[in-house]
Design a protein around this ligand. Structure first.
Ligand code: PRP
Ligand code: URA
Length: 207
């Protein structure tokens, strides 16, 4: 596995605005979408190309085309939904799966409630969740996908803790993680510090 830190200046600038507690729900959602598109550019960097002869108005050429890489974008509900639109702007024909998990407030352990994936298990899965805190939700989601036969998985997060990266790396060493920032640590309630608060609440305005 590899940890890819996408610390492009545009991404970091937008992330800083998202972290600010004064940022509105509307702005937060819009920035998450923009960052997801920028991160998607890096996630797709290793997509293979084929060459096809075409004719420009001036001459024939062997033109590069994506070699039919089939993708399924899989948000972990709820907060992962905020990263879907940015990715579908780049990958308009991608399928969308859904995994429903929430963290129990007392135990901080993930509770599973929904799973729906397309039938074709050959597809590359881009699993989205802005927050990788303890890593419990990500590890469970990846485990569930693998049990179902999906074994080509990339994980896209916005902010991670060192503990979350360690957990996914140890339990799922084959999964590449893409993240804009690995923050300092977790607090006593397993929130990422400095983080950006509760991503689901900030996207959907539920606090
Ligand atoms: C948040 C976040 C992740 C999870 C991360 O979801 O979106 O799914 O917590 O924490 P972990 O790494 O410790 O598992 P939450 O449980 O708040 O659910 P929500 O998206 O429905 O609000
Ligand atoms: N879930 C969030 O939304 N934020 C955190 O910091 C940790 C878990």
């Amino acid at each position: 596995m590899a940890l890819h830190i996408i610390d492009h200046p545009l991404v970091l600038h937008k992330l800083s605005i998202m972290r600010n507690k004064e940022t509105s729900t509307m702005k937060f959602r819009q920035l998450l979408q923009e960052i997801s598109m920028l991160m998607g550019y890096e996630i797709t960097r290793d997509f293979p190309l084929d060459y096809e002869e075409i004719e420009t108005p001036l001459m024939k050429m062997n033109a590069p085309k994506l070699a039919g890489k089939k993708v399924v974008i899989v948000p972990i509900l709820r907060a992962g939904l905020g990263m879907v639109d940015g990715l579908t702007m780049l990958l308009p024909s991608a399928r969308i799966g859904h995994i429903g998990l929430y963290r129990d407030e007392e135990t901080c352990k993930p509770v599973f409630y929904y799973y729906k994936m397309p039938a074709n298990k050959e597809r590359l899965v881009i699993l989205t969740d802005p927050m990788l805190a303890t890593g419990g939700s990500a590890c469970d989601a990846i485990g569930r996908l693998k049990k179902d036969g999906f074994d080509n998985i990339k994980m896209m997060c916005l902010v991670a803790s060192p503990q979350g990266v360690k957990a996914v790396t140890e339990q799922h060493p084959d999964v590449d993680i893409y993240v804009a920032s690995v923050d300092e640590t977790l607090n006593e309630k397993n929130y990422i510090l400095p983080g950006l608060g509760d991503a689901g609440d900030r996207i959907f305005g539920t606090k």
